[in-house]
Design a protein around this ligand. Structure first.
Ligand code: FES
Ligand code: MG
Length: 593
């Protein structure tokens, strides 16, 4: 039996070097040495470092990791570790039907089993596309082995006819121009492809850039990791440094439970406001917190995050894309600005073994056009509002993307600032929306509020990004580019739509949205943070009594398992029973023969 330089036995030695069961040790060692690992590597004083590989041909947003893994392995070896790369279930946002959200929890489950069941002492989490980051952080939180995030980084900036063309954002804009008859379909396709010029994830501040920024804000990646564009040499340097660092973390036994504290989550919520982050951040951060055993609630997004200013001038809330954000200093610069204003918990610990305050001493914006200061922000009070009412217990509204024109049209009636009463038009999912949105009988005008339901975790299944519905073509041609939209699903983090979304509980489990009918009056009151159907109590109760749950069509076994176990978006959309498991690495699995 060999001891480590720190005098500690590694977890992997329970497989490869177990004097109590030499027969099993032989079985474990012979089948790993057959691929070329020496017995010295497996049975010596070196930690085994897993590289959770999320890139593949099916997962292009993360494919850069297939190339970065070489640099990660070099770093691991130079620090004295033994790297072992293994696949993560693909979660490609733009490829997976019915929605990649369905696979966040599946990849989570798979990664928990791999980390628990194999001889791994620490792990590099290769993140990028939207759900790949939370899925792996959720697993790291459950297992609690030393873990570090390596972001793949955004694509290079996209350009179309001399203007920046941002991932996703240009799709929503071009979809509107197509409906207005301003462009034809071949141009739509050209514009879309121009926005994706290289390997990497979305170059806007969509869900991918948001979640990678929040992983850094949580302290789970090296400082500066998230914003480096995927093809840059700095990205390869970061991969090497991350490989080196995870070995040191194993030697120091620095685990997610040391880093993922309530303070870390509050820092992440504040950073999300400052970057103009995605409305997908709340359910994902909530899920990570629950698996880490940290108390967090959807209301925290308003109480902790609403008052924070928007500092980052990046699409969809602003103008620039990932390359400019990186050159302006990325997340360390944003956090440096917030720290200087006393808006972060400076003492929160990170994967460096040092605090946020220590890591970011002196970091400030290097380009004020892209990253502003707290004294001179792009917008004050840029966080999320958490709404309630008789239609749901909670729903979110991202205020940083609400245009001045929209505010004026809907929310600035004299004497009734922030209050809007309207007629509701209700759609049963995206198919119904596409089929009927241009139907003149619906009577949609510039004051209508559009609702969509049946698109939450249970209903869809997986919760779809469909709440950002665009107005009928006729209204678009009149210049009405946005109507308020409400739903129990989500919307793309690259959308600048002023939606009220993630409504929980969803209609499919009997939330108030299920009772709404086209033609009902509703009142949106942003001062009181309420959205209510103006239907009298007796009528509302009669509708509730008459409601029956929808018959759900499961297409695969996983869809059925997911629907049976999943909770609501406000609670993170977790597999509820999984949230009871914590620090499972401590409970070593039995031998397999
Ligand atoms: Fe993968 Fe946006 S679609 S990052
Ligand atoms: Mg999306």
């Amino acid at each position: 039996m060999s001891d480590t330089p720190t005098g500690r036995r590694f977890r992997s030695q329970a497989w490869f070097d177990n004097p109590d069961n030499p027969g099993m040790t032989a079985l474990y060692v012979e089948r790993y040495q057959n691929q070329g690992f020496t017995r010295r590597e497996l049975q010596g004083d070196r930690p085994i470092i897993g590289i959770a590989q999320s890139g593949s041909d099916l997962a292009p947003c993360n494919k850069i990791h297939l190339f970065l893994a070489e640099r990660v392995k070099a770093g691991i070896r130079d620090a004295g570790g033994v790297p072992m790369e293994f696949p993560v279930h693909p979660i490609q946002e733009t490829g997976r039907r019915p929605t990649a959200a369905l696979d966040r929890n599946l990849a989570y489950l798979g990664l928990v089993e791999v980390l628990h069941g194999y001889p791994i002492d620490g792990v590099v989490l290769t993140t990028g596309c939207d759900k790949t980051t939370p899925a792996q952080l959720m697993a790291a939180a459950t297992v609690d082995l030393p873990s570090i995030v390596l972001s793949g980084g955004p694509m290079l900036d996209g350009w179309w006819e001399g203007k920046l063309a941002g991932s996703g954002t240009i799709i929503w804009e071009s979809r509107r121009l197509l409906a207005e008859g301003e462009i034809d379909y071949p141009e739509f396709m050209e514009r879309a492809c121009a926005s994706a010029p290289s390997l990497g994830h979305c170059n806007t501040m969509g869900t991918a850039s948001t979640l990678n920024a929040l992983a850094e804000a949580l302290g789970m990646s090296l400082p500066g990791c998230s914003a480096i564009p995927a093809p840059f040499r700095e990205r390869m340097n970061m991969a090497y440094a991350t490989g080196r660092r995870i070995v040191e973390m194993v030697l120091a036994d620095l685990k997610p439970s040391d880093i993922l504290t309530r303070q870390a989550f509050e820092n992440a919520i504040r950073v999300n406001s400052a970057i103009g982050g995605s409305t997908n951040a709340p359910p994902h951060l909530q899920a990570i917190a629950r698996h880490a055993g940290v108390e967090l609630a959807v209301e925290d997004w308003q109480t902790v995050g609403f008052d924070l200013p928007l500092l980052v001038n990046m699409q969809p809330a602003g103008e620039y894309l990932g390359e400019s954000f990186f050159r302006a200093g990325g997340v360390p610069a944003v956090m440096g600005e917030l720290l200087a204003a006393g808006l972060l918990h400076a003492e929160a610990l990170t994967v460096t073994g040092e605090s946020i305050g220590h890591n970011l001493a002196g970091e400030r914006s290097r380009d004020r056009r892209v990253i502003r200061s707290v004294e001179d922000p792009l917008r004050e009070k840029a966080g999320f509002l958490v709404l309630r009412g008789n239609l749901f217990d909670s729903a979110l509204m991202k205020t940083s993307v609400i245009s001045a024109e929209f505010r004026h049209r809907f929310l600035a009636q004299p004497g009734r600032e922030g209050i809007h009463e309207a007629r509701a038009v209700v759609f049963e999912g995206p198919e119904d929306y596409h089929a009927r949105i241009n139907d003149p009988d619906l009577g949609i005008d510039e004051t209508t509020i559009l609702f969509i339901r049946g698109v939450g975790c249970v209903g869809y299944p997986g919760s779809a990004e469909v709440v950002n519905m665009q107005p009928p073509d006729g209204l678009l041609r009149e210049g009405v580019t946005h109507l308020p939209t409400v739903g129990d699903g989500r919307q793309s983090g690259t959308s600048e739509s002023p939606s009220i979304l993630n409504a929980s509980p969803e209609a499919a489990v009997g939330g108030g949205l299920a009772l709404l009918r086209t033609g009902d009056r509703v009142r949106l009151d942003l001062n009181a943070c309420r959205l209510d159907a103006l239907v009298d109590e007796a009528e509302w109760e009669a509708r509730r009594a008459a409601w029956t749950p929808p018959v759900l069509h499961h297409q695969t076994p996983w869809q059925e398992i997911y629907r049976r176990l999943v909770g609501q978006l406000a609670d993170g959309g977790c597999l509820e029973l999984a949230t009871a498991y914590h620090r499972v690495a401590r409970d070593l699995p039995r031998d397999n023969h």
